[in-house]
Structure formats: C-alpha cells, structure tokens
Design a binder for this molecule. Structure first.
Ligand SMILES: Nc1ncnc2c1ncn2[C@@H]1O[C@H](COP(=O)(O)OP(=O)(O)OP(=O)(O)O)[C@@H](O)[C@H]1O
Ligand SMILES: NC(=O)CC[C@H](N)C(=O)O
Length: 554
C-alpha cells in the first residue's frame, strides 16, 4: 500500500505545513520501501505544491519510487492495476503500474474518465498536469483506497491518504468521480462516475462545506442510477430438506448451477489477479532480496464463510512451498480469548488442513488485552480511523489494525499482501437487517436495502479499512470487490443471492449463492456457519453501546 500526500499552498499557511509534517510518519508507515517528497512552484500562479509518497512495491520488475515526475506531469498513486482496457503491457513484465498509469493519464488528457473507467483494480491518485496547471484526484468507484481532503480558511488544500487528528476538519474525498482543481482560477470541478451513488447530493454538500471559499462545479454527463431489478423468487421447493439436500438440489438446477459456476470462475480469477501481481519476497526477505520461502500472502481469518472460501482459493494459486498465514484476532473478555471467531477459526483451519494437507497453514492467534487495546487506540489507531468517529468505526478499526499487525505467540507474519472478505455481506445479503427487510417489506424492500448497503460501503467501511491495514506496510486485497464479480452479482435478482426467509434455517438462507459455492468447493463446516460480524466475533464490541453513536474514545 502506498501513502500519498499533497499540499497546495496559496497563502502559505504555516498550520497546513505543520499538518503535512505531522502526517509524514503515518504516510511512511504505509509504504516501507521508499519515501520521497517533491516541491513544485507553479509559475503561472502563486501556488506552491508539496507532494510526498511512500511505496509498498507490489507490481512490476522493480520498485518505482514516487512522486513520479516527467516533463508533462507529477504523479502520486496508491493502487493496483490488475487489468485495463487501455494499458496493454504485460503488467508483471513491465516496470510497474505506477509508470503505466501516469503515461496513460499523460496521453489521455482529453478523456481521463474513459481511461479510469477501464481500470480493473483499486486506486487513489493525485496527478498534476503542468501545462494546464490542473490537479486531478480521485478514488476508484467503490472507494477501496483512502484519500482525505482538508482546506484552510485562506484556501490552502491538503489531500492525504490519512492525517493525524488536528484542529482542521478533514473529510473522506467521496468516491463519486474525478475532481480537478484549476490552480489558476481556484475552481474545483467534478466529473461524476457514470453510475450515480444514491448519496451523491449529500456528498456534494459535504465537499462544499469543506471547501469554504473555493467553488465546486459539477459537470453532469449522462449519469445513470443503479436499476432495481426485482423478480419474484421460486425457492419454495427447498422447504423441509436437509442442509445437504438443499445444496445438492440447488447445484443441480440449471440456472442456479450456472450462476454458481460463473461466480466460481470470477472469484478464482479475482484471487489469481490479486496474488500473482507481487514480487517474490516477503517483508523480511525484501530487505536483502534473497530467495524467499516465507509467507507472502496472509488471510484475515475468522473461519467464517467469506474468508474461508478465499483461503481455499488462495491455496490454488500460490506456489506450493509458500506458507499461508491465517490471522485471527480475539479481544480479552470474561471467557478469556476463546471468542466465537477463535472457535470457528480453529474449526475452519482444521477443514483447510484436511482439504489441502500439503500446504503449511499457520493459524496465528492474536490475543489483545484491554490495556493494549486502549493504549494503541489512544496513541495511534484513532488517527487512522479519523475522520470516521462512531462506536462501530472504533471497534472495526481497532480490530482490523490488530489483526493485520499479524503478531501472535511470538510470531510476526511476514506477509505483504492480506486477503480479506470485505464486501461479501453487502453483495450477497448476509446481514440480519436483510432478514428484517424481507420480513417487513418483502423482496422489494430487501432489494432496496441491498442497494443501499452497496452504495454505502465506500464511506462506511473501505477507506477506513485501507487506512488501518496499510499502517503495517501490508496491502489489503478484497477479491469480492473485483469489478467483474461485482457487476455479475449486482445484476442478479436478490433471491438468487440471498434467501433470508423463514422457510430456510439461519446459516443457510443468507448469502445462499456464496454458500452454494462453498459447498461445491467441498467446505462442509464454513458453508453452514451463521454470519458473525467482526466486532462481535472478536469480542471487541460492547453490546450495550449503540454502534452508531459517536465514540467517546476516538
Ligand atoms: N476475528 C477475526 N480475525 C481476523 N480477521 C477477521 C475476523 N473477523 C473478520 N475478519 C476479516 O474481516 C472480513 C469481514 O468479516 P465478516 O465477519 O463479514 O466475514 P466472515 O467472518 O469471513 O464471514 P461471515 O460474514 O459469514 O461471518 C472477514 O472475511 C475476514 O477477512
Ligand atoms: N502499493 C501501491 O499502491 C504502490 C503502487 C504500485 N502498485 C506498486 O506496486 O508499486
């Protein structure tokens, strides 16, 4: 994961300079392989630009240091190109995606959006077109990478992957399109992505409040909203069957079986893309570029459905000699550290060992006591969670930070890439509120709630997750959020993904399409586990607190 930061100074406000300097240690944590800064004076305006970037090298034959400057542009980038309609080079054999991305932007100035729409993979970037004195910045359409925006009263602007909590208010740059800031006219323009997020107007207001005196112009081009595809279900035939019979019956059905096969192909390809594109060194061996037999890919592992499927697929594509770390976090509670996720984690670990006995599977038990949690949150993690601030952000942010730190029982994970199951519940309908929606408002209501959840994921979860995980110099990779897979799943009617109705037992109906895939892959335990959210499974959350209230601890 890289860390990127850019300060645009109009009034040379010392406070913003201090904020830049105060953020540098956070930016450096995100990319342990290099950190550089660059200053640029824009001769046509009175603006100074100061850019910084740290790199976690994961693509191409050699490390590409950033900021990357050429005659036409300056570029900082946090992302991964796994595929692109425009970039035809072999990504593994090239010098890396950073250079290719910049080159494509240099050549696509007339239509940056067309190039970005064709990218497969997450990104946040800042790009200066020197000739036009225009600064472009954006997050990908699902918001998988973080970028924060803050403005001073005098019109200085700071963009950064993360910031320390300070006196200036920052917001997460909304993942709603491409922003460009004209250094000459002091105007900000937004070209929205083609699919309009339901939160669009609210997000525009948020940006306007943050900008103060700076104007925001929204270029509205051919924007569509997601369509609600609603058809009546026909899974009544499954009533009164045993668990095995349910999945056997479904997999024999031509349409259902076809959907499972398609999902399987897409998910396998998504994992493959996310594993193959990386240097053959772990965190340790990277320092001397020696031959490496240590773990390079870990899985954040609760033992639940979503991550167990991913772990099994990772095994298919990773060289046989490479161990896989299964990182499982648990917080101190009256029952010790035997939390629900610890128990399912061990069970699913056993199942993985039975299914793939040749692989070395390291189950890493990460135990966190209350004192350690409070100390880490207070001194550090709260800055990474910022500007989010609820009790839920606190729980999820801290749990993910400790999980991805990867330290348990004297062992420290050497992985540079972490695979996680984020997005599966939003896509396949795994939350209790999905059952409630179906009960209360039928399939129409469930379809609406699924759409809302999907639209909210970028600002509720993904940028925060990116900030906390990359603080350990590891890359978060989310195979369920692959563009091709998302497109396929969003195109299915709700009942072909989830069936949280009383005619099927809990732990079967929710995410039934994904469970069908797990069953097809031979997983028998994880297939039937009930959903357990990270904050409860790891026992970090206090059930008496309201998850949506502002946390007094952040
Ligand atoms: N206790 C945990 N330790 C480490 N990682 C976890 C833990 N709980 C969740 N995760 C990570 O966060 C992701 C999202 O959590 P979530 O609970 O939604 O998924 P899951 O546990 O895999 O499956 P399910 O949603 O069916 O319980 C998981 O896929 C996993 O990668
Ligand atoms: N991890 C990053 O975001 C760095 C950019 C690029 N993908 C690289 O591997 O160099």
């Amino acid at each position: 994961m890289c860390g990127i930061i850019c300060l645009i100074q109009r009034e040379h406000n010392q406070d913003f300079n201090k904020i830049f300097e105060g953020c540098e240690y956070l930016i450096k944590n995100r990319g342990p392989d290099s950190y550089q800064t660059l200053e640029y004076i824009c001769s046509k305006t009175s603006c100074n630009l100061k850019l910084g970037a740290s790199v976690l090298w994961l693509q191409g034959k050699s490390l590409t240091k950033q900021p990357l400057e050429n005659e036409s542009s300056i570029f900082v980038y946090n992302g991964d190109v796994f595929g692109s309609e425009t970039i035809q080079d072999n990504l593994r054999e090239s010098n890396g995606d950073t250079e290719l991305f910049q080159k494509a932007l240099d050549g696509n100035d007339g239509n940056i959006k067309k190039f970005l729409k064709g990218i497969r993979g997450p990104f946040a970037f800042i790009y200066l077109n020197k000739q036009k004195s225009k600064l472009y910045f954006a997050r990908d359409i699902y918001g998988r990478r973080s970028l924060l925006l803050g403005c001073s009263d005098g019109g200085d602007i700071l963009l950064s992957s993360c910031v320390t909590k300070n006196s200036c208010n920052f917001i997460e740059l909304p993942a709603i399109g491409i922003f460009s800031y004209d250094l000459q006219s002091n105007q900000l323009e937004l070209v929205p992505w083609d699919i309009r997020n339901n939160n669009f107007s609210m997000k525009i207001q948020e940006v306007k409040r943050c900008l103060g005196e700076i104007d925001l112009i929204v270029k509205d081009e051919n924007v569509k909203t997601l369509q609600l595809d609603f058809t009546e279900p026909n899974l009544g035939i499954l009533k009164n069957l045993s668990k095995e019979e349910i999945f056997e019956t479904l997999l024999k059905d031509e349409i259902w079986g076809g959907n499972v096969k398609k999902l399987s192909d897409l998910l396998h390809f998504s994992v493959l893309r996310r594993i193959k594109n990386q240097p053959k060194y772990c965190k340790k061996c990277f320092l001397n570029l020696g031959s490496c037999k240590d773990c390079r890919v870990g899985v954040l592992f609760s033992g639940g459905l979503d991550c167990t499927i991913l772990a099994l697929i990772v095994d298919e594509y990773l060289d046989e000699s490479s161990p896989i770390d299964l990182l499982n976090v648990a917080f101190e509670n009256p029952g010790g550290f035997d939390t629900p996720d610890r128990l399912t984690g061990r069970e699913s670990w056993m199942e993985l060992k039975e299914l793939r006995p040749e692989r070395v599977w390291n189950f890493v038990e990460i135990n966190v006591d209350l004192e350690e949690l409070n100390e880490a949150r207070d001194s550090h993690v709260k800055h990474l969670i910022y500007p989010l601030n609820t009790v839920l952000d606190d729980s999820l942010g801290c749990a993910l930070w400790f999980a991805s730190k990867g330290m348990g029982d004297g062992y420290i994970s050497t992985s540079r890439v972490l695979i996680v199951g984020m997005g599966a519940d939003e896509l396949f309908g795994g939350y209790t509120r999905h059952r409630a929606a179906l009960n209360k408002g039928g399939w129409q209501r469930l379809t609406e709630v699924l759409q809302e959840d999907w639209q909210n994921i970028s600002h509720r979860n993904l940028a925060r997750d990116d900030r906390v995980v990359s603080d350990h110099g590891r890359q978060l990779r989310t195979p369920y959020l692959d563009e091709d897979l998302v497109e396929f799943v969003l195109g299915l009617p709700a009942w072909q993904k989830t069936y949280p109705s009383d005619c099927l037992p809990q732990g079967i109906g929710e995410k039934i399409l994904l469970r069908s895939l797990a069953y097809r892959m031979g997983l028998r335990r994880a297939t039937n586990y009930k959903k357990r959210a990270l904050q409860f499974g790891s026992r970090i959350a206090n059930k008496k607190e309201n998850a949506h209230e502002i946390s007094p601890r952040l």
